[in-house]
Design a protein around this ligand. Structure first.
Ligand SMILES: Cc1cc2nc3c(=O)[nH]c(=O)nc-3n(C[C@H](O)[C@H](O)[C@H](O)COP(=O)(O)OP(=O)(O)OC[C@H]3O[C@@H](n4cnc5c(N)ncnc54)[C@H](O)[C@@H]3O)c2cc1C
Length: 355
């Protein structure tokens, strides 16, 4: 974090600065984070320019967009779930009012119980005040079987959501291009005036960013399969199955902290297929296989804020495996920081790493 901005500026200065106003906020990266932040800033009356460098392994290009309120084997409610969901619904509704398409939909996700104990936890969640809104009835093994799901301990119907991430990003890009706010380029400081306000939303690309790469990121590679088969309902036992159109579905995913840039692997494919034990896998055919890299953090909270020394450089990153849920909520905090100088919440603020 000690690199001086001025020292690294070479001769070919400010290639793009003449095209844009210094009042424009430069958003680097158009994954889910950059896209949602850009539209949140536009809605707040700000001007933005979006720079997208088509870096490999973008998480958003493979994300299923599931917003699952009860996660892990203990069916825990993640922190601030209610607030995050409210903000996500609000963001996508406002986007739909302006651009005529809502990419966020409600889904009924069958939580396949792995044990009788898990079914008991579900029953507790049904009556607890913070999670009751997300839990519906328990379905028996026989009922699950009619849906094409093998679930000897039954399954719980979860009120979940699904964001069509790739559909949203495609429309967002078209809108930004129409407004002449889009550039296909990788960020290079010599192209921009030093006083340009920049927000880096680079996902895994942050590891190449000299100003923020030392922060405690813990990236994780993940894989998804696209399959053709009979089951028509979303389900999960920790590994999810998400029907799409024309008898196809997405299934995933995996976690790998070591070989990040290996691309889709045989091992990843095998792991997903083995974990889909609630489907009769012989009836399914694999038609696609992809991987991406989640930009996770060691303490599991995103990192947003202003660089301690270069005040025009900002970070909006670290959304891990739950960007569809959390990004709209934290985008609001980022807008407040950029426009009103209100710092983000302590748990998410970059300043938590400064001693
Ligand atoms: C297999 C898998 C499944 C997932 N499923 C879900 C799910 O079901 N639900 C959910 O909520 N989340 C899911 N996620 C997580 C979700 O994808 C992320 O939380 C979210 O997409 C992160 O978005 P991002 O914009 O921070 O990063 P990315 O999506 O990685 O976007 C970063 C963008 O920045 C660009 N970029 C990087 N560096 C530069 C540069 N220097 N100059 C210009 N452009 C640059 C890249 O090209 C890229 O487009 C999944 C992730 C994976 C890998």
């Amino acid at each position: 974090m000690k690199i001086s901005h001025e020292k690294i500026l070479p001769a070919n200065k400010f290639r793009f600065s003449h095209k844009f106003d210094l009042k424009d906020i430069l958003i680097v990266g158009h994954g889910l984070a950059g896209a949602i932040l850009s539209h949140s800033l536009l809605q707040a009356g700000q001007r933005v320019v979006v720079l997208e460098g088509k870096m490999p392994f973008s998480a958003s290009s493979v994300a299923a967009g599931i917003i699952n309120p009860l996660i892990g084997p203990k069916l825990n409610l993640p922190p601030q779930m209610g607030d995050c969901l409210k903000e996500a619904v609000h963001f996508h509704q406002s986007f739909a009012e302006e651009y005529a398409q809502n990419h966020l939909e409600k889904i009924s996700l069958r939580r396949i119980f792995l044990s009788g104990q898990q079914r008991e936890i579900w029953k507790k969640r049904q009556t607890s005040s913070d999670s009751t809104a997300y839990t519906d009835s328990i379905e028996s093994e026989a009922k699950s079987s009619l849906l094409g799901l093998y679930s000897p301990h039954g399954s719980g119907v979860t009120h979940a959501h699904r964001l069509n991430v790739q559909g949203f990003l495609k429309q967002s890009k078209d809108i930004l291009k129409d407004k002449d706010l889009w550039m296909d380029a990788k960020f290079d400081p010599k192209d921009w005036a030093p006083s340009q306000k920049v927000v880096f939303c680079e996902g895994y690309g942050v590891l190449e960013n000299p100003w923020f790469q030392k922060l405690p990121f813990e990236p994780a590679q993940g894989e998804v399969l696209r399959v053709e088969g009979p089951c028509q309902v979303p389900a999960s036992n920790g590994t999810w199955y998400l029907p799409e159109k024309e008898n196809t579905a997405y299934a995933g995913s995996t976690w790998n902290h070591h070989q990040l840039e290996c691309g889709p692997t045989e091992r990843g494919k095998r792991t997903i297929l083995e974990n889909l034990s609630y489907l009769n896998i012989d009836q399914y055919r694999i038609v696609g296989h992809a991987s991406g890299i989640r930009s996770s953090t060691k303490d599991r909270f995103p990192i947003l804020g202003r660089h301690p020394k270069i005040s025009q450089y900002h970070l909006f990153n670290g959304f891990g495996s739950r960007g569809s849920t959390t990004i709209p909520f934290f985008a609001r905090q980022m807008v407040d920081l950029l426009t009103k100088n209100i710092p983000p919440s302590r748990k998410a603020c970059l300043s938590r790493f400064q001693t």
